[in-house]
Design a protein around this ligand. Structure first.
Ligand SMILES: [Zn+2]
Length: 228
């Protein structure tokens, strides 16, 4: 299964978005690449944006970075990877993460001490076979030469509701996370997830990490699903 899928990846020569012939080793043609740039969030701290202030919870987060707004093609790739285990979508996301990390230098991501993935409940892990946030966090840690630390556990099962409002999400997530025994005193933590919507999950985990004496917790997600 793995070998067949890898072979398929090796033979791709059409843009996976518009299916034109590719001239270079990539999954997306230069025209589609330009389209992708339109949802680029340029490494800004989105907590400082006027349009994020009312929709994102940030009592415990220092900063929040997101690569793109949650739109085509990123939203599709994330869904295909997450729910169908689609390897082309995973490869497209991988290349995207690498290209965005290469442009991070002025944001001092390297000053973080730990890269912590947002956990999923074990039943979801069992059904899906992987945690996409762990996958992203490992890439970030490896490329930035930071310590990867999966130290947070999801101990309570909660239903996924992208559309749920902030208050609903907050009450669902109360006491949902626990921390593996870890010394966090004075550490600056980068918390990684695939999609941020209300920020409730990141905020709850940041609260737990800060209560255990972390110096700061910032978030990084592939996309930001902006609420109207
Ligand atoms: Zn294309």
């Amino acid at each position: 299964m793995q070998i067949l899928s890898q072979k398929r990846l090796d033979t791709v020569s059409l843009c996976i978005l518009c299916e034109t012939q590719l001239k270079h080793e990539s999954l997306v043609c230069s025209l589609c690449q330009t389209d992708c740039c339109q949802s680029n969030l340029e490494w800004q701290d989105i907590l400082l944006r006027a349009d994020a202030r009312h929709s994102i919870q940030n009592q415990y987060l220092s900063k929040l970075y997101s690569f793109n707004t949650h739109e085509y093609p990123f939203a599709n790739w994330i869904a295909k990877f997450k729910y169908q285990g689609n390897l082309l979508a995973r490869e497209a996301l991988y290349q995207h993460v690498l290209s965005r990390l290469a442009l991070n230098s002025e944001f001092n991501l390297v000053e973080f001490d730990l890269v912590v993935p947002t956990p999923i409940h074990w039943t979801r892990f069992w059904l899906r076979g992987f945690n996409q946030a762990e996958w992203i966090a490992r890439i970030v840690a490896e490329k930035l030469k930071l310590e990867y630390a999966p130290i947070v556990k999801k101990c309570k099962y909660t239903h996924q509701q992208m559309s749920a409002n902030a208050n609903v999400r907050r009450s669902q997530l109360q006491n949902s996370f626990s921390l593996k025994p870890t010394q966090l005193k004075g550490l600056n933590i980068l918390l990684v997830d695939d999609v941020v919507t209300t920020g409730a999950t990141l905020n709850q985990i940041a609260k737990l990490l800060m209560k255990n004496k972390a110096s700061s917790v910032s978030g990084l997600s592939l996309t930001w699903a902006k609420l109207d």
